[in-house]
Design a protein around this ligand. Structure first.
Ligand code: NAP
Ligand code: GDD
Length: 340
């Protein structure tokens, strides 16, 4: 019988790739979506008409991480074998504007889900989407033993969710894992995260539609990988013999400035002629440098990402140029073996 997976945050970047991957692996996939006044399923609509006949194996349910009773009903009804908890208010800058909501959805949302699993007495495996943002001001390279020193309401909410996941593993013997993922990007990345903001702007400036791009702190260092490889890591984490926490990262650091230079260079433009500073994009406290050490995942199950930041930049710039030329939304196929 096919395994049954539940994905919270299925409409997001990672949720859409993960749903695709699990359908390719033969899973029955259930996703929780929020009711919105506009369509919010743009990243997963193509999965309903997939040639692998995934339509009959993909099911959507309305729900929200702030609604605990709904979580209990859904978990009892779906009874999944694996739960991938990806739903979160995931924007660091926005978390300073909405700290209480971020703590509720991102922090308490995780405990609502874990309690729903526990009370339904489900024997299922649980994945928590933890983040390098939890390391905050701790110096790189960061690994599973690095001190958490979060610098944002988002980071503190994720530390709460991370520690709660560990507590449910230790207190109740649940197979609960946290993936501490460093930044991972793709053509499906939300438009207000820095990489996608840059690659969209490059496409528009190249086409003559815009002249300038307004940016905040371009000295920040991040470790940018390719999202499809990271969701494959999430799946592997839940197939391990024992539950544990793992860092997923490329191990390479790159400044926002260098990302800008590579993206503009990909279309033959000089970034310094087009980029302007706007203090509105600064954060009240900033995480200066995140560079991960993914040795544990590499040793445990050979996870070793193929796509490094320079290639990622080209994938994203090319996708945004294609989307602009086609006059709208184009869904990418991950540029990896086995995903075509
Ligand atoms: P994303 O694109 O922003 O997607 C977030 C998802 O969460 C969306 O499906 C969103 O639904 C859903 N969501 C938000 N608030 C919710 C709520 N109150 N109830 C139910 N669903 C809610 O994020 P992502 O990049 O795919 O990241 C996936 C997860 O990994 C997040 O938890 C993020 O914090 C974490 N993470 C991401 C990275 C990264 O670099 N991408 C790194 C480390 C950790 P709507 O579509 O309706 O908004
Ligand atoms: N978004 C944004 N917009 N960031 C900018 C800008 C801008 O105009 N200008 C400079 N930056 C800098 C930010 O200050 C930050 O240092 C860096 O670019 C990356 O910003 P984001 O792309 O917004 O990502 P993030 O690192 O804050 O958070 C992402 O990665 C985390 C993992 O480390 C999100 O995906 C989080 O959900 C995730 O946990």
């Amino acid at each position: 019988m096919a395994k049954r997976a539940l994905i919270t945050g299925i409409t997001g970047q990672d949720g859409s790739y993960l749903a695709e991957l699990l359908l390719l692996k033969g899973y029955e996939v259930h996703g929780i979506i929020r009711r919105a006044s506009t369509v919010n399923t743009r990243r997963i609509d193509h999965l309903y008409v997939d040639p692998h006949e995934s339509a009959v194996r993909l099911f959507m349910h309305y729900g929200d991480m702030v609604d605990g009773s709904r979580m209990s009903v859904l978990l009892s009804e779906i009874r999944p074998d694996e739960v991938y908890h990806l739903a979160s208010q995931s924007h660091v800058r926005v978390s300073f504007d909405e700290p209480e909501y971020t703590a509720n959805a991102t922090g308490l949302g995780t405990i609502r889900l874990l309690e729903a699993i526990r009370q339904a007495r489900l024997d299922c495996r649980f994945y928590q989407a933890s983040t390098s943002e939890m390391f905050g001001s701790s110096a790189p390279p960061q690994n599973e033993d690095t001190l958490f020193q979060p610098q944002s309401p988002y980071g503190t909410a994720k530390v709460f969710a991370h520690c709660t996941t560990k507590n449910y593993r230790e207190a109740y013997g649940m197979f609960a894992c946290s993936g501490i993922l460093f930044n991972h990007e793709s053509p499906r990345r939300g438009e207000t995260f820095v990489t996608r903001k840059i690659t969209r702007a490059v496409a528009r400036i190249k086409a003559g539609l815009d002249e300038h791009l307004w940016m905040g702190n371009i000295d920040a260092v991040r470790d940018w990988g390719y999202a499809p490889e990271y969701v494959e890591g999430m799946w592997r984490m839940l197939q391990a013999d024992e539950p544990d926490d793992y860092v997923l990262a490329t191990g390479d650091g790159c400044t926002v400035r260098d990302f800008l230079a590579m993206a503009f260079d990909a279309v033959g433009l000089d970034w310094e002629r087009h980029v302007r500073f706007d203090e509105r994009y600064l954060r009240p406290s900033e995480v200066g440098s995140l560079i991960g050490d993914p040795s544990r995942a590499k040793v445990a199950w050979g996870w070793d990402p193929l796509v490094r930041t320079p290639e990622l930049v080209k994938i994203m710039v090319n996708a945004d140029i294609l989307a602009l030329e086609s006059g709208g939304h184009v869904i990418d196929r991950p540029e990896l073996p086995g995903w075509a």
